[in-house]
Ligand binder design. Sequence first.
Ligand SMILES: NC(=O)c1ccc[n+]([C@@H]2O[C@H](COP(=O)([O-])OP(=O)(O)OC[C@H]3O[C@@H](n4cnc5c(N)ncnc54)[C@H](O)[C@@H]3O)[C@@H](O)[C@H]2O)c1
Length: 467
Amino acid sequence: MTIYTILVESKKSDNNCLAAFAHYPQGRSLVKYAIVGTGSRAELFVSALVNKYRSDHELVALCDSNPQRIKYHQERIRSQFPDVEVQGFNSEDFDLMIRSKSPEVVIVTTVDAQHHKYIIRALQMGCNVITEKPMTTSDQNCRDILRAVDLSGLEVRVAFNYRWGVGVSRVKEILQDSIGPIHHVSLQYLLDTDHGADYFRRWHRNREMSGGLLVHKATHHFDLVNWWTNSVPETVFGIGKLAFYGDGNGPARVYSNRSECSRDGIQHNPFQLDLSSSEKFRGLYKEAQKFDGYRRDMDVFGSGIDIEDTMSVIVGYRTGIQLSYSLVAYSSMEGFVVTFHGDRGRLQYEEIHRPRTRIDEVGRNIDTDEDGWSSTITVQNLFREARHEKVEIAEGGHGGADPLMLRSLFGKETRKDPLQRIAGHQQGAASIMIGAAANRSICEGTPANISELCPELGSASRLSELI
Ligand SMILES: NC(=O)c1ccc[n+]([C@@H]2O[C@H](COP(=O)([O-])OP(=O)(O)OC[C@H]3O[C@@H](n4cnc5c(N)ncnc54)[C@H](O)[C@@H]3O)[C@@H](O)[C@H]2O)c1
């Protein structure tokens, strides 16, 4: 049996150094990684490790509860690099995987509800962790993670790719000296009937799997506001409802089956997903159904949905800043508008990802990821003309954010990131705790306080005081 050395000597790293973990073993040529959760998102990390970053990093194992999804990634790796064989492990053999393959870092890309389990176990077994957002789905799990990190002396990084978007980074830069101290932020996020609907076909439709969209999706948006304003949230009040999707709703259900649609002159259902339509859907989901029964193409107007599609949240920050946030998951367009008000004026940032959802001639959604993306920053100081700045997006997923985030995780750069875009476990907590507190507030009808729900986060007011 392998003996583990828990690398506690080097304690906390400077978490905004654009370099790999402080706890990487010295003098090794390759840093070893295991990925747990081999669905769609895992592809980003698999591809980075076996392609661009392979000279310094090695993917040594893949782990999932579904063998087909492991096989899908193994076959893709083999087709590109016939000499690279990455061993697969069933989720029940996670410990065995760590013992036999000795990764230094575990990358967690499972369904959200399983993140805490693997983050904590990986730390206990001496591994650093990179986790997809949301870091976890509930206040209790969040507290457990914070305690586990402290006990281990190791590091958890939360893959908040949105921070790396060109437009949102530019907003952070401009905010440092443009409108004075900020008092109020409003953020309206719109998910369209392509992307938004997808959350109601998949595991995300169940709160116990995703924490609902205020955790699963809004964790990105709350993190951006925390980071832009360098503030830690405290008081949260939320309301929410399922208004459009589900089997209990009104006129939108006209789309729920073809015969009704035909009567209305619509021949095909734009909310239906065909899992035969791409190699990825077939390999990751259609052929995987027989192993766990999971359907990725559930009816968005069917029964069993217990999350909201219409949400409003008010947040009071420890710095005194107020946030007014809303999320709608059935909009005719996709994107967001955020407005900051400070002593010297207003900064507004608008990022349109898709001006409309497009369907093809037979009514199926056309995958228009990043089609029609545009970003504009407006700064208007009091008593002055507004100034507009168009932001060009970069190449790569999420408006060019994904490749930059990967570079921060796996690149050789060692200087400090002036925009402090690297997030550790406490900053991950500051974001998911808004969603967890909002969920509680929606349930109980009263505001919820983060310091009571998660005392382990401490009393810092500034996000930069947190790892
Ligand atoms: N940052 C981003 O922009 C972004 C984008 C997409 C997804 N994500 C995140 O990535 C994660 C995965 O999402 P996805 O879209 O790949 O979903 P997915 O459904 O394609 O993959 C999830 C995987 O988890 C596996 N899994 C389920 N239970 C497990 C268990 N007990 N042990 C091990 N594996 C288990 C499933 O079999 C599946 O392979 C989520 O946390 C999601 O929030 C982030």
